[in-house]
Design a protein around this ligand. Sequence first.
Ligand code: NDP
Length: 461
Amino acid sequence: MSSYDYDLFVIGGGSGGVRGARVAASLGKKVAIAEEYRYGGTCVIRGCVPKKLFVYASQFHEHFEDAAGFGWTVGESSFDWKKLVAAKDAEIARLEGLYKKGLAGANAEILETRAELVDAHTVRLVKTGQTVTAKTIMIATGGRPNPHVALPGHELCISSNEAFHLEELPKSIVIAGGGYIAVEFANIFHGLGVETTLIYRGAEILSRFDEDLRRGLHEAMVAKGIRILCHDTLQQVSKGEDGLVLETLNNGALQADVVMLALGRDPNTEGLGLEAAGVAVDERGAIIVDDYSRTNVENIYALGDVTNRVQLTPVAIHEAMCFIETEYKNNPTRPDYELIPTAVFSQPEIGTVGLSEEEAGKRYGELEVYRAQFRPLKATLSGRPERMIMKLIVDAASRKVVGAHILGHDAGEMAQLLGITLKAGCTKDDFDRTMALHPTAAEELVTMYAPSYRIRDGQRV
Ligand code: NDP
């Protein structure tokens, strides 16, 4: 019999931790999981899920306008922020309940406390001060918004955490950052009627995406009325007579009711007892792991956003499933990071999988780029000046589609399915011999017969 209290102790009840704990417990392992805030973690409690609910809420204003083109007369409409927050909170509470039910059903012990490492096999439960031991420990404590302490007045700003629980909907907001969170929230707040400014240090928002889509989204957001200030940063935030006053590097002073910082996220490792257990971290405080999510301490694993890999919920879940294979099924399995589909829930949405044109240009000698830009059918009657962009990046030598990028409605849904085709190694010829489904926007993906242009040795020809 094991001399430890548990076979597995999981610290952190987010997507990765809960999956690891639940599956290990269902295999008959004695498992405990500790969470200091709420089960479900960032994704469920204050990330992906409530964000998407807010995205839906923010789109109705355009739906009401579009309805007129289809013969509808929509009466006076108004929006109640508090009602939205309450409805969202109720749904999140339901999901949190499901997470716990899943754990309990698998016989994992659910602990509602912060847990810190005492040594490589011992964990202290902060609420009671009790210590417990485990043969294997999994750290899945996730990340938190970078507070940007170098910014004078940063304490007056909010992060995405607070955006989900604002007492009142502000009249105006400035959002700093040009990544997923900044762009998604800029569209949410604008859609809900808030005067919105985005301020980003680089030349174009969403630095890791295909340039075509970045430009297309930028133009679409500006056309809707979102102010985007590129090549600029916040220098100072202070309290003014009427809200907050912001000094910028290049655009003078701005005013806003709320300033939100979305400048990346930091791994949640502070005070976790990593030193006591001998677990190594990198310069950002992220836990260093090998290809199998194992730390430098043999019985301690780490996965999800607390490690510096890909910060996405499905990736953390996948890492947890690989951990199960490796640790409990005698089948060492490395997480596979190739061809991860991803979406930015902006308006219009971005959905993408594989290499951007720029990245592909560095890797392949010759590329064919198939590109379509068109007005979606719904926009004809609604009169909305909306354009979709679809792009396939094809390696000319192998004919393989190495990147697929969409800007427009349902782009995320399409990217999920394109992920399967790229993962399966489909070639452009496979796309060509697939029957179009008419009338859809997605049919463009199989009807772009001639390349729009070629890239040779990184240069457009
Ligand atoms: P991102 O890494 O996407 O973006 C951070 C942004 O902040 C970038 O624009 C970056 O600029 C900028 N930035 C960083 N440091 C500074 C600084 N010191 N001064 C000025 N600007 C700075 O992070 P997010 O916080 O938006 O999101 C965190 C992660 O969460 C994402 O990487 C993503 O993996 C995940 N996420 C996924 C979503 C989805 O799947 N839809 C939605 C939300 C989050 P630069 O680009 O120039 O470095």
